[in-house]
Design a protein around this ligand. Structure first.
Ligand code: SAM
Length: 262
């Protein structure tokens, strides 16, 4: 599945995506807050806290991890689980969990690394690794991770099937796949407001604030081309995941899809 891109278009698409995120990287976090009215923070908290359920000693992979927003949240929850476990066992806390943040774009990862020193997370430095790689061909062994997340990233990959197949390969048996992505708005009134905002206001803000309307225009178009909730669920199932379900947030502005490698 590749939104109708031919294989030649795919490499062009990959180049375009790399270029877009290289340009937006320095202002990515601020623009996210600004353009989503801070809502993306709430969505990510929910995604990690409720859907993913981090646990002590977890080995986690966050793909298209950008500046670390989701990876940091996962590590924070893992560390909390490790502390709770230590209290129950009346033992020393063991920082065994690890989060690998992977992205095709080194500029995004560099922005994320700058934030590590300011994180209020025990053994943050030790628990994080940063890997520059394409989601469609991951440099990890089979069955390396307990859990896998991709947040606002899958619509940017050139071949969704290749991305999902790699996700399944690197997950252990029983591993949990969780995806947070913009989706199809169900409510007619909200859809009209949202369309107006995303097609007219976002590229304008992109131009005014980041001096780059084109990149933000691309980001909006990639949302519109992405398959709807049911279709995306079928795509995940077709790639071998089981127990696939989804949940809409804000009437489908974003959706959380999840499934298991059994
Ligand atoms: N996950 C972060 C978040 O939720 O804030 C960043 C999301 S940002 C909208 C999309 C990210 O996907 C960018 O950092 C971009 O570099 C990355 N990306 C795009 N195509 C990719 C690919 N094929 N493989 C890995 N990362 C990719």
């Amino acid at each position: 599945v590749s939104f109708g891109f031919s294989s030649v278009d795919r490499s062009e698409h990959k180049g375009l995506v790399k270029d877009v995120f290289e340009k937006v990287a320095p202002k990515y976090d601020a623009m996210n807050d600004f353009m989503s009215f801070f809502l993306h923070r709430h969505w990510k908290d929910r995604f990690v806290g409720i859907t993913l359920h981090p646990f002590a000693g977890q080995k986690h992979l966050d793909v298209a991890g950008g500046t670390g927003d989701v990876g940091f949240r996962v590590l924070r929850e893992i560390r909390r689980a490790e502390e709770a476990l230590a209290v129950r066992r009346n033992a020393e806390v063991e920082s065994a969990g690890e989060v690998c943040i992977c992205d095709i774009n080194g500029a995004m990862l560099e922005e994320g690394k700058k934030k590590v020193a300011g994180l209020d997370i025990r053994d943050a430095e030790r628990g994080l690794s940063w890997v520059e790689s394409d989601a469609e061909s991951l440099p990890f062994d089979d069955e390396s991770f307990d859990t896998y997340t991709i947040s606002f990233g899958i619509r940017n990959v050139s071949d969704i099937d290749a991305c999902l197949s790699e996700a399944r390969r690197v997950l252990k048996r029983g591993g949990h796949f969780c995806c947070l992505e913009f989706s199809q708005v169900n409510n007619e009134v909200l859809r009209q407001v949202y369309d107006l905002y995303s097609m007219n206001v976002i590229p304008y803000i992109g131009q005014a604030y980041a001096g780059d309307a084109h990149s933000y225009q691309y980001l909006v178009e990639s949302i519109r081309k992405f398959p709807d909730q049911e279709h995306f669920k079928e795509i995940i199932e077709a790639n071998g995941f089981r127990g696939v379900r989804y949940e809409n947030l804000l009437d489908g502005v974003v959706a959380i899809h999840s499934g298991f490698k059994l």
